[in-house]
Design a protein around this ligand. Structure first.
Ligand SMILES: Cc1ncc(COP(=O)(O)O)c(C=O)c1O
Length: 398
C-alpha cells in the first residue's frame, strides 16, 4: 500500500487530509509507520476516552468475537452484551431515561431521536440552534446551524427553525407546534460553548409549558469527558431524549438514543418497526460499550478529569492564547486568528503532538485527549504548544 492509494481509492472529505500513516496506537500515543510516537490530544475527536486499546476493552472485544459477532438484526434476539450495557447505563441515568436504542453512529442516533420525537408528539416542527452540529445524514444536516455546509444539499427536512444558543429571548419561538428542541449540551463545532445563566433550565421550562420534547446531544461531552458521566448533570436539566455515541465504545462505531420506556415503545407499532437497523446493538460493540462504561464509572477517571482541566488551564498561558473554552477534557484554545491556529496544528503534527480544528470556529484549536492521559503527558504536550507558539512569526505581506 502506498500513500497515493489512499488518495486514489479512498474517498476524501477535504482536499488536504493530514495523512498520517498509522502503525498502531496505545494509551495516549499513536505510532506512525516510520516509528514516530504522536502524543494524542484529540482522542479520535473525543471517541477514545479510555485511550487507545485499553486492555479491558480489548479483552471484552476479543472474548465476544470468540463467542459470536452477528446473529440477527437489531432487537430480535436476546444478546447479553447489549442487555447488560443498556441495564448498566440506565442505572447511571435519571429514571425516565431507562430505555436505550442502540445504533451505529452518532448521526443515526440523532435521526432516531428526531423520528421518536415526531412519532411521540404527533407534531412536526423541530427547533435547533445556530452553529449546532449533530451529524451529517439528511435529518442531522437539516438541524445543522451552519448554512455554508448544507446549502448544496437542499432541499432538507421541512419545518425546522433555529434559535440562538444561550439567547433566552428566542425561547418564545418554542410553541405548541414544536415536537422537539434539539441542543448540544455544550456546543462543540461552535467552539465549546457552555450554556450560561441557567439557559438549559429555561429551555426545559419552556418545553414543559408547551409540551415540546427536549433532545440533548451528548455525543461529544458524554461518557465522562466534562467531569460528570453526562454533561447535563452540571446544568440541572434532564432531557426527554438523550443522544450519545463517540466515547461510548472506546473507538468502535456506535450511537444510541435513550428515552422513557413509554416513549420508546411508540417505535414498535403504528407503524411497526418504526426504526430498524441491521447492526445496531452489535454484540462486539456492545461488549466494548459495557467494558467502557464499567471502567469509566468504576474508577477515578471522571473526578480526575476536572484536575486535568485545571492543569491545562494553569499551563496554557501565552500572549497568543486569548481564551480557553470548554469543560473537563473538552477544551478549545481560542487564538488571535486562523493563521496562528493552522501554524500550531500543522507544526504540532510534524513534531509529534496531535491537535485539531473545530468545525465552525476558525480561531479554535481542539484539545480533547483521552481521559486516561497522565499529568506528565499533559505537561509534555502543553510545553510543546507553548514552544510552537513562541516560534510563531506572522507571515510578512509583500
Ligand atoms: C455533538 C455531535 N453530534 C453528532 C455527531 C455525529 O456523530 P457521528 O460522526 O458518529 O455520526 C458528532 C460528531 O462529531 C458530534 O460531535
Amino acid at each position: 500500500m502506498s500513500k497515493e492509494d489512499f488518495f486514489t481509492y479512498q474517498a476524501q472529505t477535504s482536499p488536504h487530509p493530514l495523512g498520517l500513516e498509522i502503525s498502531h496506537a496505545k494509551g495516549s500515543y499513536i505510532y506512525d509507520t516510520d516509528g514516530n510516537a504522536h502524543l494524542d490530544f484529540v482522542a479520535g475527536v473525543s471517541a477514545c476516552g479510555l485511550g487507545h486499546c485499553h486492555p479491558k476493552v480489548v479483552k471484552a472485544i476479543k472474548d465476544q468475537v470468540d463467542r459470536y459477532m452477528h446473529v440477527m438484526v437489531y432487537g430480535e434476539y436476546v444478546q447479553q452484551p447489549a442487555v447488560e450495557f443498556t441495564k448498566l447505563l440506565a442505572a447511571h441515568l435519571p429514571k425516565d431515561l431507562e430505555t436505550t436504542y442502540l445504533v451505529n453512529s452518532g448521526t443515526e442516533a440523532m435521526e432516531g431521536a428526531l423520528k421518536l420525537a415526531r412519532r411521540y408528539t404527533g407534531r412536526t416542527q423541530i427547533i435547533a440552534a445556530h452553529r449546532a452540529y449533530h451529524g451529517n445524514t439528511m435529518g442531522s444536516l437539516s438541524i445543522m446551524g451552519f448554512e455554508e455546509r448544507k446549502s448544496a444539499f437542499r432541499p432538507l427536512l421541512p419545518d425546522v427553525r433555529f434559535i440562538n444558543f444561550n439567547a433566552i429571548e428566542d425561547l418564545e419561538k418554542i410553541t405548541d407546534r414544536t415536537a422537539a428542541v434539539v441542543l448540544e449540551t455544550i456546543q462543540g463545532g461552535a467552539g465549546f460553548i457552555l450554556p450560561q445563566n441557567g439557559y438549559l433550565e429555561k429551555v426545559r421550562e419552556r418545553c414543559n409549558e408547551v409540551g415540546a420534547l427536549l433532545i440533548l446531544d451528548e455525543i461529544q461531552p458524554g461518557f465522562g469527558r466534562t467531569g460528570k458521566l453526562f454533561a447535563f448533570e452540571h446544568f440541572n436539566c434532564i432531557p426527554d431524549i438523550l443522544v450519545i455515541g463517540k466515547g461510548m465504545a472506546s473507538g468502535l462505531p456506535v450511537g444510541a438514543f435513550v428515552a422513557s420506556h413509554k416513549m420508546m415503545s411508540t417505535l414498535q407499532d403504528h407503524p411497526k418497526l418504526g426504526h430498524i437497523t441491521t447492526f445496531g446493538g452489535n454484540p462486539v460493540i456492545a461488549a466494548a460499550s459495557l467494558a467502557t462504561l464499567q471502567e469509566i464509572t468504576g474508577s477515578q477517571l471522571i473526578e480526575d478529569t476536572l484536575e486535568k482541566e485545571k492543569l491545562f488551564r494553569k499551563l496554557l498561558v501565552h500572549p497568543l492564547i486569548e481564551e480557553i473554552r470548554g469543560k473537563g477534557l473538552m477544551l478549545a484554545l481560542l487564538l488571535q486568528n486562523k493563521e496562528i491556529v493552522d501554524h500550531l496544528i500543522l507544526t504540532a503534527a510534524k513534531e509529534g503532538l496531535i491537535l485539531f480544528w473545530l468545525l465552525f470556529e476558525p480561531k479554535a484549536v481542539r484539545i480533547s485527549p483521552p481521559l486516561t492521559i497522565s499529568m506528565k503527558e499533559i505537561e509534555k504536550g502543553c510545553d510543546q504548544i507553548l514552544d510552537i507558539l513562541n516560534r510563531y512569526k506572522p507571515a510578512t505581506v509583500n
